[in-house]
Every structure is written in C-alpha cells, then in structure tokens.
Design a protein around this ligand. Structure first.
Ligand SMILES: [Ca+2]
Length: 727
C-alpha cells in the first residue's frame, strides 16, 4: 500500500492552501531506473513534457476558413497555452524544475491551515466528472475543434494532466476508480462475465466483488454526502437480488443515486419499458420515460436527455443538503458521447457541415493545435493509424475453433502457436462514396454535438457551485473513462451498405434525433473517426495502445484561481480514489486480514488483504496525486516506484518503472503477425510508432517478466483466445 494518504489533516491543508507546512517537491519515486541500465536512450527533447516550442506559430482564433480548403486553421491563442510552454522555446524539463514566473498560484484561503477551528466542516467537496468513450483530442483544451468553453474555463483555474491513463473499457475503468486498485482483483478482470475458460475464477465475476473497497463508502463513513448520476456498470442487482448480479451503487456507499446500471444506454432520451431493470434510483429499479417518472408524462422533468438529466439530479442533491455544512462527493458519470449517437437541438445541428473534409485534415489540425497549446512537443510524430484495408482479411483456418493454438501474449510462433483473428475493413476518406461520406460526416457532427452538450452541462454545474458559494471549496476532476470507441456499425466488415442507407433521404434527417423508441437507431462513428478522437495516439478503446488508455484530464483544486502548468508524468485512474481520500483526510483501512490457508494449495487466500467492516478486501494501491497537484511545478516522472502492468481481453502492456518505456502486446493482425511483444520509448514516442524490441531484447524480456509478475499478483489469467469482440 502506498503511504501517501496516511497524512495528517495539517499536512493536507498545508499542501492545499500553502500553509505553514508548505509544499515540498516530490521525487518521482523511481528509485531503480531502467534508463540507467544498458537500455538507456537520450531524450531528444521530444518527450511529452519538454517540447521545443520555438517554431510554433500560433494563430489567433477566428481566422475564417475559406472553403473548400481542407480544414479550418488551427486556433491557439497564447492565453490558451500551457503555462509550462513559453514562446521562447522551452518548457520545464523532466527535472521538474521551475523555469517560469508566470504561474504562481494563490491557493491560500482565508482560513489558511486553521480549518480545524472553523465551525463549518471545511473539508473540500469533490466533484468527479467523467465522459464516456471520449477521445484524447476532442475537447478544445486538448486540441479539439469542438467548442468546450466550460472545460476551457476550468483549465483557466485548473491544470491539465496530459499523461493520465485509464482502463481500456468502461467497467474495467470504473472498477479501478471505485476500488483504487487493479480491476482483476475486484471482479472486472474482463468487462462483464467472460464467455471463456476463465468464467468462475476469482476476479472474473463481472461486477464489483465483495473484496473491493469503495471510495464512496469510505467518504460516506467520513461524513461526506455521496451522489452518483449516470453510468454505474459495476453490478445491476438492487438489494435482495441474486448475488450474481452484483450490487447497485446505493449498496456501495452512495447516499443518492440515479444510474444506468449497465454499460450502454439503448437510447439517450429515456424510453424504458415498464418492466425495465436498466436503471436504479436510490436502490429501486426505475424506468425513465414511463408515466410519472422522469421523461414520462407527468414526470419531473418531462423531457429527459441523459446528460441534461444527470446534471439536474446532481444539482438537486447538492442543494438538498447544502445547508448542513457537510461536504459532498458528487460523481457525474455521464454517458455521453457513448453510442447511440444522439443529442437534442441546438447541438444536433451545431456542427452541420463542419466535418465534410474527412478524417485526415481534421486529425492534422488537431495535432497542430495540440503542439500550439503545448500538449504535444513540436517534433511529435503522431500515429499513422490503421492501414487501409478494403476487404476483411481472413483469419487462420482454426481461428475461433476448438483446439486452435492462438497466438497470445504468452504463446507465439516459436512455441507452435499459429492461429490469429480476422482483420477489419478500414477505409480512407478517399475510398468512400459520396453517400458514405455524407453519413460519416453526419456521425461526427452528432458526436461533436454530444461533446458540446456535455460541456454545456458541466458549465451549468460549475456555475451552480459558484452561485451557491461552493466552487472555491470544491476539488473538480474531469476525464474520459477510456479511449474513443472505434466499434463500427458493421463490426469488422465494410459499413458501406449501412452508411449509404443512413445517407438516404428520409433517413439522414432523422440521424441523432429522438425516435421515441426504446431502442434508438444505432449510430456509432467508427474506426477512422475514433482514430481522430484518439489523435495523436495509436489504437482506441479496447486497445492497450495509448489511444485506448490515455484520457484527457483536467483538475481544479479548491481555491485555485490561476492556471497551473500541466502535469506530464504518468498518472492513472487507480490514483484517483487515494487522491479523494487524502483530500477528505480519510485513511483507508490497514488492519491485515487473518490468514486463510487453502488446504490444497497452501496459499493464503487473504494475502495482502485488509479488514473493512468484517470483509477482507484488497487495499487501495493507487498513489494519491494530491502532493503533485498542489505543487505548482510540473511533475514529469511517474508517481509510483514500480513498473505498471495492464491487461484486458488478452491484450497487454507494461510501463517501465521510470516511465520511459512501454512493452505492448496486441494480437495479430493488429499487432505483429509473429506475436512478439513490441517495445516503445514512450518518453519520446508516445504514438508508439517505432518498435524498438529488436534493439533491446533484454529489456523486452525483463519487462515481460515484470508483466507476468504483475498478472500473478492480481490473479489475472490470459484467455486462450485474445479477442476484443468489438472490432
Ligand atoms: Ca466507456
């Protein structure tokens, strides 16, 4: 367990408000550096942090695009740039030393460190806002052309985390968020119950299991009000349901909840059937859209759109208990911009005609803007994306058959494993028919409208906090739950027929609108747009590439009034629960669980667990980010003194202890056809463009062993058939 969050209240407030204890710069914790070994590479200045900004020509916003030029000019004002990027050409380097005088923040509140003497509970509120399947570069502060003024404003008195990571998919990410530890330990080894040989194994229950802590419950124990509105995805059973369904959020410490229990809504306008068990509210199944319920006749409100409704619920709960002086933990678990792509007006029409030029110009414009903002260094080489394939490539003869010897992260050609999956159709813009282009452009317009609507709602929520005087005492964190979703409407095949059908008169006009049905017309924007959203990174949701794991993240500290420079060191969603606990002055349980020796194996089944309310649970292993967040200097190194492994669907990766390297395994044909582990120097090649595995085989072997050790430590089991079903 990391000891960062076993700290005194005084230290916390010292860190937060610059009181007597003050801020101390932390080491990056990398006591044993792979970089110092024979694998050393000298950074060329192209790392995520120390970009050479000298040639940047940042054009002001408002340059009118001149159709039919291929893309609007990138817009980036000096005021939008990260304070760590100066136009003289350098930023804080990886030594983390301050080289600027422009970002001194003033977090000192009126109370300073004397919060213990106040009458009101001065512990900060915590507002966590999560987008669903939104890519790294969609919002304006991360390079996107989508209008997100509310998040821009949050960055204005917050800071970016440009190297923040999550799980590959929703339930995996949320399991780590709630538990503060690895998803294999707490029931979401894979999203949902696996349909393979791992079914029934510990950690593969498909819901948050009883060996998990809950950050909400720990905060509730400490006196916080706790609210969640939006997606839960960690169990669908209300109290009294079969254990196999897992538990609804009210049983995990949420005082108020209104949640979509599963992973994806059938529609965003709440047309649930009368007997639906897709939603729960405060521990009871509800059916939004039915009479008397939100979205239904006589309900409050009568018009339901997911993002709008969840925002309204959060504000109502915050108001309900505002006068009692007790802080809150509010989790806006938004389901936007997850498919089905739907949004009401005016957002449905807001981006009409904005994406007619297709994928590549938009991706290029985003990358140029990211460089201008300082999110990327000037010499960053982006991912090239998937190669164009106009027909689905065949799998090996035995793929998906019993007895197949599938190439996996632990078996390759050298071991006689030869079977691999089929490839997918991925077409360039120039290969699309006019009708396909028309449909594809419309998908992205609707997606952008959903992101803009989400930003609008975040703006309403933040303005509400300001109106009731709580903004200055609220810690706010925003990020996406995983990378952009590249699941095509046609699965691995060619979506041509579907897309041309969607472009037809009489259909096209209805795309993205409320069709009044329980099951909305399914619209997803597909692989190429997902690559744009994931720019500049490789892969997307479901992959262990940076495009699958990296999420745009923004943090605002209580009483933060100025923008602070980005944190560019590797951080992870596992770190969030420990951060929240430290903010609240809560120490998680540490009493070791008694040994429980398996008579057959001699293994202690309680090894590493702690006692919490008569349960034996896995402790939080994430690292509190608060010391780094409260420090005005950039933190460019990892926040943990160990390598960091990850796995889902048989796809795998491990980051070296110093954060410089990443070994990644992807199944063929998306990864190498011989099944070897790839090696990337992510400090200079976070786009994972250059496989260095043949240059540094010893490092690959070392990281592979560390990854195996990680898998053993979390009870992870590789599936016989690595397969992410969604593309
Ligand atoms: Ca998601």
């Amino acid at each position: 367990m990391n000891g960062n969050y076993v700290v005194s209240r005084r230290l916390i407030y010292g860190l937060l408000f610059g009181g007597a204890v003050g801020c101390s710069q932390r080491s990056d914790g990398s006591g044993r550096s792979l970089e110092s070994r024979s694998y050393a590479m000298r950074s060329n200045g192209g790392g995520a942090d120390d970009g050479n900004a000298g040639n940047s020509q940042c054009r002001p916003k408002g340059d009118p695009p001149s159709p039919p030029q291929p893309a609007p000019p990138p817009a980036c004002l000096p005021s939008e740039q990260d304070p760590g990027k100066d136009r003289g050409g350098h930023r804080d380097g990886q030594d983390g030393k301050d080289d600027g005088k422009d970002d001194d923040r003033d977090l000192r509140g009126d109370e300073g460190c004397d919060s213990d003497h106040g009458k009101k509970d001065k512990r900060p509120n915590i507002l966590l806002l999560i987008a669903d399947d939104m890519g790294y570069s969609d919002i304006h502060a991360f390079g996107g052309e989508i209008d997100t003024p509310s998040l821009d404003a949050l960055v204005g008195d917050g800071r970016l985390l440009t190297n923040h990571h999550s799980g590959t998919v929703s339930a995996i990410a949320r399991a780590m968020l709630m538990s503060g530890t690895d998803h294999h330990l707490v029931g979401e080894g894979t999203m949902g119950v696996p349909g393979d040989e791992r079914k029934g194994l510990p950690g593969y229950e498909g819901y948050l299991n009883d060996q998990s802590l809950s950050v909400a419950e720990l905060l509730q124990d400490a006196g916080y009000h706790t609210y969640i509105a939006g997606k839960w995805h960690l169990g669908s059973g209300i109290s009294g349901s079969p254990a196999s369904l897992g538990k609804s959020p009210d049983q995990w410490g949420f005082e108020h909840s209104y949640t979509l229990l599963g992973g994806g809504a059938n529609n965003h306008f709440a047309h649930e059937a009368a007997g639906s068990k897709n939603f729960s509210s405060d521990g009871v199944y509800v059916q939004p859209g039915q009479p008397g319920q939100p979205g239904g006749t006589g309900g409050t409100p009568e018009v339901f759109y997911s993002t709008d409704f969840y925002t309204q619920k959060l504000m109502a709960w915050i108001d309900e208990h505002h006068d009692d002086g007790t802080p809150f933990f509010a989790f806006g678990a938004y389901t936007s911009p997850h498919w089905p792509l739907q949004v009401p007006e005016p957002w449905l029409s807001q981006y009409k005609g904005k994406y007619d030029q297709g994928y590549d110009p938009l991706k290029a414009a985003r990358i140029e803007r990211m460089k201008c903002l300082g999110v990327l260094p000037e010499d960053f080489v982006p991912s090239a994306g998937l190669p164009e394939t106009l027909a689905q490539s065949p799998a090996s003869a035995n793929w998906f058959k019993p007895g197949a010897k599938n190439i996996s992260a632990i078996h390759d050609l050298d071991d006689g494993y030869v079977d691999y999956r089929d490839g997918v159709v991925t077409k360039n813009w120039s290969s699309l028919t006019d009708l396909e282009k028309k449909a594809q452009a419309r998908y992205m317009e609707i997606y952008a409208g959903m992101v803009a609507n989400l930003d609008h709602n975040i703006g309403l929520l933040i303005q509400h906090l300001k109106d009731i005087g709580e903004y200055d005492n609220t810690f706010i964190m925003f990020h996406s739950d995983n990378g952009a979703e590249g699941w095509s409407l046609a699965g691995p095949g060619d979506p041509k027929t579907t897309d041309e059908g969607n472009a037809a008169a009489g259909v096209y006009e209805t795309l993205g609108a409320d069709n009044g049905l329980q099951f909305a017309k399914s619209i997803k924007y597909g692989r190429r747009w997902a690559e744009v959203s994931a720019a500049p990174f490789a892969q997307f949701k479901g992959g262990q590439g940076e495009g699958g794991l990296s999420v745009p993240a923004i943090v605002h500290l209580p009483k933060q009034h100025k923008r602070m420079r980005a944190i560019t060191g590797f951080t992870h969603i596992e770190d969030e629960a420990p951060t929240f606990l430290e903010l609240a002055g809560v120490s998680p349980p540490t009493q070791p669980a008694p040994a429980n020796i398996d008579p057959n194996t001699g293994k202690d089944l309680n090894a590493g667990k702690v006692i919490y309310k008569n349960r034996y649970v896995y402790p939080m292993t994430g690292s509190s980010l608060l010391p780094y967040l409260a420090d005005k200097h950039n933190h460019a190194g990892p926040v943990r003194a160990r390598s960091f492994g990850t796995e889902s669907y048989g796809r795998a990766a491990i980051y070296s202890q110093d954060g410089q390297w990443k070994a990644r395994w992807t199944e063929p044909p998306f990864g190498p056809m011989d099944g070897h582990w790839q090696l990337f120097h992510v400090a200079t090649d976070r786009a994972e463009m250059v496989d260095r595995s043949s240059e540094f085989p010893d490092l690959v072997a070392d990281l592979f062993l560390q990854w195996q050790s990680y898998m053993t430590s979390v009870g992870g089991v590789e599936p016989n058939m690595p397969y992410y079903a969604f593309y």
